[in-house]
Design a protein. Sequence first.
Length: 101
Amino acid sequence: MITFGHFLIVSACIFCIGLYAILAKRNAIMILVGIELMINAAILNFVAFARYDKTNYGGQIFALFAIVLAAAAVAVGLAIILNVYRQFKTINPKNIHELKD
């Protein structure tokens, strides 16, 4: 049987993978993927806590809001990355030294 600890361990692993993707990668797209992994780890925690809370559905409601906010954040982040690529012809964050109007 899958226990509460299993959910937390999987969530911690996903969060660590997302953190590694943010810290180690030099690509803006991979940084966005890392942020998404970290948000998904938080959503997994919300759902795991909601599974063991029989009276309220707070965890599932928070998870739904987190999914909506994550989708909006990715859309805005991708638009920013596309505009930066048009300006600098790179998506490497270290190669972008100044932002112009």
